[in-house]
Ligand binder design. Structure first.
Ligand code: SAM
Length: 234
């Protein structure tokens, strides 16, 4: 059986596995206009740390979607109270089980990078209401050398590792406008972990491998927030 980075995140119970962590997400969300009419999607929610915080802080409707069954099971067992008010959905961001123009805000915290990115961005655009906002906090290649790019792609099982320009082009191609790219500050402090009782040895190796990869990248793979809009209908 092949174990993936995402399997490792689920078994170690990594609560906020994206650039900037939960603190940066809170800061981004506090800058948005969210009220009781708002419908929000946490796309590739992982353990639902951000959804749980939104449920505690905003009186809005929240959907959290992920395609990793073990991740969703762990989210349900770790956050039973918080998740009771969240619509937890098992599905793929590349073909989402939602109607067109459902959401006011889509949050993609290190998710689109792990998928067929252009398909996912088109899906985000489809499910947003006119005038809706995409907050994508995603891994970005900032002049990493070819060896590091190759190692990242192989470790994460991804086909693309976009530069800032490539992200902006991909968002534009998906239909988005008013795209603002902002660098994510380095994570402060430690990421919260809720490890499973039985962690496979392969996952400990993957965690160490990941740590080495991040150190080797020497800040050439960074996080950016891409805030983008779906135009309002004229
Ligand atoms: C790096 S983790 C980030 C998780 C979470 N957003 C966070 O910040 O903690 C990427 C997440 O995207 C999910 N994912 C990857 N491909 C997906 C797909 N095609 N559809 C839905 N979720 C996907 C993974 O299962 C994982 O939970």
């Amino acid at each position: 059986m092949t174990h993936s980075y995402i399997d490792m995140l689920a078994s170690f119970g990594v609560h906020s596995a994206h650039p900037g962590g939960i603190d940066f997400s809170k800061q981004c969300l506090k800058n948005e206009q969210i009220d009781e009419q708002s419908v929000i999607l946490d796309a590739g929610c992982g353990l639902c740390e951000t959804s749980a915080w939104m449920a505690d802080n905003f009186d809005c409707e929240i959907y959290a979607l992920d395609n990793h069954k073990h991740m969703l099971e762990r989210a349900k067992s770790l956050l039973p109270k918080e998740l009771s008010s969240i619509n937890l959905v098992n599905g793929s961001v590349e073909k989402m089980p939602f109607s067109d123009e459902t959401f006011d805000l889509v949050l993609s915290e290190s998710t689109a990078s792990f998928t067929n990115t252009s398909e996912t961005l088109s899906e985000y655009y489809r499910v947003l209401k006119p005038g809706g906002t995409l907050l994508a906090i995603e891994m970005t290649n900032s002049e990493a050398d070819n060896d590091i790019i190759r190692d990242y792609k192989s470790f994460y099982h991804i086909n693309e590792l976009y530069s800032k320009t490539e992200w902006v082009d991909a968002l534009t191609n998906a239909g988005f406008s008013s795209i603002v790219a902002s660098p994510v500050p380095p994570n402060k402090g430690f990421t919260q972990l809720s490890p499973s009782e039985n962690i496979p040895a392969e996952h400990i190796q993957l965690l160490n491998h990941h740590q080495n990869l991040v150190e080797k990248s020497n800040n050439k793979i960074v996080g950016y927030l891409y805030r983008s809009k779906k135009s309002s209908k004229s």
